[in-house]
Design a protein around this ligand. Sequence first.
Ligand code: ZN
Length: 148
Amino acid sequence: MRTTEDKPEGTMTPELEALLQSAHEAARNSYSPYSQFKVGAALRLAGGAMVTGTNVENVSYGLTICAERAALVRAVAEFGPEIRIEAVAIANLNEAASPPCGACRQVLAEFIAPDAPVVFPASDGVRVMAFSDVLPLAFDMKLTGNRD
Ligand code: ZN
């Protein structure tokens, strides 16, 4: 098991700081009347565009969509199916750890480079990790033998 001492750690850059700030601003639009957990996500796309999203809860809790997936859906709607994600930042207004959930990791895997940095609040502060360390073995049809 990994400890915080041997965690893979990326480097915070001014660009990632700006992306994180945008995620923080997006969190202000969170619709989270049930959990009060206000999350924002910001994606930097190849070509330089930035797209943000926030979590949108529902009274039928399972229908809630996370900020990361909200941003991703918005990015595809705005820029088309060929988008590539170069960096992701996640923030919340609750000063709580907020790594992307498993569902969001798998959905991001469809569009993100393995070495893309993912910035998120961890229990010990802001963490920067390569996507391939955040989700080391994404489901991929290539692995099932059903598609080449
Ligand atoms: Zn999620």
